[in-house]
Design a protein around this ligand. Structure first.
Ligand SMILES: NC(=O)c1ccc[n+]([C@@H]2O[C@H](COP(=O)([O-])OP(=O)(O)OC[C@H]3O[C@@H](n4cnc5c(N)ncnc54)[C@H](OP(=O)(O)O)[C@@H]3O)[C@@H](O)[C@H]2O)c1
Length: 340
């Protein structure tokens, strides 16, 4: 039995669509208000059958429910832990830190108690510190905080520590650290929001750079690791290092909308996040720019995918193609919703 947390998310849903091809029993966690229909539609879009979707045993489970987690992992051989809260809103910090760290501790403890054979944890490049002198971040880069470190980074770093603690207690673990993941998901959450935001219109682009990866590459790396003899190692899963301008231009081009044309300076972003914060308080509409993502989008960061290429023989898909595919999916859903 395979157990997947966060099966309704961007990474988790794509992982499930690959795992069903292995014809092994799968149990996946969902929450009471999770949108299972989106996962079903993704399955059909990816060429899976209704029967393959129905074959998944969905269990209602919150990461913070430790006792229920223990029960649901009975008889499980492999765990893929994809669930996490992804937010750069300071108002979510307390909840996110609890879900990501205590929630991961619960999954690790349940896996240890149920003698799970192997555990794959989805961490993040955000769980690693910055590399010195602008060098690319590698698997060995040490964690270092500053007053600008986001709450999301902190939550992902300490969540990963829970997994290493599990390894010390005897759990066989592998960890993937993806960068910004490109793929069709919930357009209102995580990195899939980029498409919704650009679609709604954006005049400014941030001056920073980051790494981007096709969701299918993230899933492929996870499966290769779980099928290998590798244990207790971390792998950066990062496709290409690109400027936000380049990525925003490609998204806009694929969505047939105007690309953001004004380079946002530090002071512009500092006004923008305050304005968005006020709007959110007044109207309840989620802020597109927060203090934390405004800062991180100004940073120029690069990541090395050397280890994944060498050890896992990964050949990363071009990010531009991933954007095109995701944008097509976005437009198709938009058209379906407008005729529904
Ligand atoms: N997307 C990226 O760019 C990116 C980059 C690096 C790392 N990651 C990591 O990749 C993993 C998956 O992210 P994603 O992009 O797939 O995020 P996502 O689309 O927002 O999905 C998050 C998933 O976690 C579930 N979840 C959240 N809180 C939960 C809780 N308290 N109990 C149980 N389930 C909970 C959600 O369930 P609901 O459907 O009920 O909301 C959803 O299935 C996360 O660990 C994230 O940190 C993502």
């Amino acid at each position: 039995m395979i157990f997947v947390t966060g099966g309704t998310g961007l990474v988790g849903a794509h992982l499930l669509a690959e795992l069903v091809l292995e014809n092994r029993p799968i149990r996946a966690s969902r929450r009471s208000n999770s949108n299972l229909d989106r996962v079903r539609r993704l399955f059909l879009q990816l060429g899976r059958t209704e029967a393959q979707f129905q074959a998944i045993e969905w269990v209602e489970l919150d990461l913070l429910d430790g006792p229920k987690m223990f029960d649901q992992l009975k008889g499980v051989e492999e765990v893929y832990h994809c669930a996490a809260m992804v937010s750069f809103d300071s108002g979510d910090a307390k909840k996110m830190v609890q879900i990501n760290i205590s929630g991961t501790a619960n999954v690790v403890n349940a896996a240890l108690e149920n003698k799970v054979r192997k555990f794959c944890h989805v961490s993040s490049t955000a769980a690693l510190g910055p590399a010195p002198n602008g060098l690319p971040v590698t698997e060995k880069t040490k964690w270092k905080t500053s007053k600008r470190t986001s709450n999301y980074s902190i939550s992902k770093h300490f969540a990963e520590r829970e997994v290493w603690r599990g390894a010390e207690e005897g759990l066989s673990v592998v960890v993937v650290n993806p960068c910004i993941v490109i793929g069709p998901g919930n357009w209102g959450s995580s990195s899939a929001q980029l498409f919704q935001t650009l679609w709604e219109g954006m005049k400014f682009f941030p001056s920073g750079a980051n790494a981007f990866v096709d969701v299918r590459d993230v899933v492929e790396a996870m499966q290769r690791l779980m099928k290998s003899d590798i244990e207790n190692e971390r792998f950066l899963v990062t496709g290409e290092n690109l400027s936000y301008k380049q990525v925003f231009d490609w998204i806009a081009e694929s969505l047939n909308v105007p690309a953001p044309s004004i380079a946002a300076s530090r002071w512009m972003l500092s006004i923008a996040w305050r304005w968005e914060w006020l709007q959110e308080k007044l109207t309840g509409k989620m802020a597109k720019i927060t203090r934390e993502n405004a800062h991180s989008a100004q940073q120029v960061r690069a990541f090395s995918n050397h280890k994944a290429k060498e050890v896992l023989s990964m050949e990363f898909r071009p990010v531009r193609a991933a954007i095109k595919l995701t944008a097509n999916y976005f437009k198709k859903e938009l058209a379906q919703n407008s005729t529904a």
